[in-house]
Design a binder for this molecule. Structure first.
Ligand code: ADE
Length: 412
């Protein structure tokens, strides 16, 4: 079984390798130049195949790596084993960690005394500012992968509590425009299909939140034939959703007609007691936000007479007068029940990670404590590589056109 699991992990890594051309190009350069030589990098990302390729890339750049998962349910055990056995990497992750095991693994990663952190959700960064403060003097900087993490870190920076520079990888164009929208749009349904083996077409599907991730989920739900309803608290985003062709209404009204609900907000208690009480029998709920607090499981349990696992990643809550279903324990269903974003997407996101880390290593001495935007030159470099890999050519400006659009003297 262990051999089979190892082989499966190696195959998944090789497949991811084959479909991440931009990262492979960076890997090739890093292997020669060794920009991370002698540095310790603590990583908390979803431990699956694409993450594995990033970890291998950083190790080949000369770094000592330790990797844990940033979610108790998002580890692909086959990949974790292949990284340990096939690549000799220090991986502290397994699928289905208890809360205690989750923090034990994050602490094990931090025990290396990192120079840099690569985080997804900001748990490692929060820990070195609270329970593991002894590590702060050695830390030169960090990268943060996701919207939720950036929100947390900006709050820390605003309170004057952030004690090193952090690159907002999420906010790079080559990350959020593709990963958040097309990545989440596809992987949410990878999780849905794997968890339920049920139709989307012909159903009322409620998307909570119309940020970049919510936009992707709504777009793909529409493409799969669902009648899509969006709920929002932001008036501008609500108009965007309406003009994109979706129904918009308050959650309390939406849940009454929902067959499927997907939360994608980054906020807590989006679905709570008052909503469960008026839902239809058979409604299936899943979360695609970073933390498992968008669907209030305490409220759901308190209303239920019995909870039964009815499929590998689906729990049935029996409320007496109706049954409600929850995918992946309310943890992000695209990784708890699916395999995460497609490799072609993570190719761009993890290229931003690799180049942002290189940037931090080169520039950290001149950077103040705070959250930094990834330089536009990194976005452009990655976009150019990606276009080439996709076999797409584009036009370029003539000198005359360039002086026209950068000048002010010439009108029509
Ligand atoms: N695979 C690795 N990291 C991921 C992320 N943040 N979202 C989706 N899939 C991923």
């Amino acid at each position: 079984m262990t051999d089979e699991l190892y082989e499966k992990g190696m195959l998944r890594l090789h497949w991811a390798e084959m479909h991440t051309p931009v990262l492979q190009q960076i890997r090739e350069r890093f292997r020669k130049e060794k920009p991370l030589k002698g540095l310790k990098v603590a990583m908390a990302l979803h431990t699956e195949a694409k993450t594995g390729i990033l970890a291998i890339t950083l190790a080949e750049a000369g770094a000592e790596i330790r990797l844990a998962s940033c979610n108790p349910l998002s580890t692909d055990d086959s990949v974790a084993l292949a990284l340990r056995k096939g690549y000799n990497l220090d991986v502290h992750a397994k699928k289905g960690e208890s809360q205690e095991e989750y923090y034990k693994n994050l602490n094990a990663v931090l025990d290396m005394g990192p120079d840099y952190i690569i985080d997804d959700g900001a748990d490692l960064i929060a820990m070195v500012h609270t329970t593991r403060r002894e590590l702060l003097p050695n830390i030169k900087g960090a990268n943060e992968e996701t919207t939720t993490g950036i929100v947390r870190l900006r709050a820390m920076a605003n309170d004057g509590k952030l004690e090193f520079p952090v690159m907002a990888v999420n906010d790079a164009k080559m990350k959020f425009l593709f990963d958040n929208r097309y990545g989440t749009g596809q992987s949410a349904f990878d999780g849905w299909m794997n968890a339920t083996n049920l139709m989307v077409s012909g159903k009322h599907l409620v998307v909570a939140g119309y940020g970049w991730c919510g936009k992707g989920v709504a777009m793909r739900a529409k493409g799969l034939g669902a009648s899509v309803i969006v709920t929002e608290v932001d008036p501008v985003r609500a108009i965007e959703a309406k003009m994109d062709g979706f129904e918009v209404m308050p959650m309390i009204d939406a849940v009454k007609i929902a067959d499927i609900i997907m939360t994608v907000t980054g906020c807590k208690d989006i679905i709570r007691k008052e909503h469960f009480q008026v839902m239809k029998d058979g409604c299936i709920m899943g979360n695609v936000g970073h933390f498992d607090n968008e669907i209030n499981k305490k409220d759901l349990s308190s209303l239920s007479k019995k909870v039964t696992r009815v499929r590998e990643f689906v729990d049935e809550y029996d409320l007496g007068d109706k049954r409600l279903f929850l995918i992946g324990e309310g943890r992000l269903m695209n990784l708890a029940a699916g395999q995460g974003h497609p490799a072609e997407i993570m190719d761009m996101s993890f290229a931003v990670q690799a180049l942002s880390l290189e940037y931090l290593v080169k520039n950290h001495k001149d950077m103040k404590n705070g959250v930094y935007t990834v330089p536009n030159s990194i976005d452009v470099t990655i976009a150019e590589h990606k276009l080439k890999a996709m076999g797409v050519r584009i036009d370029s400006l003539s000198d005359e056109q360039r002086s026209y659009i950068t000048g002010w003297q010439e009108g029509t």
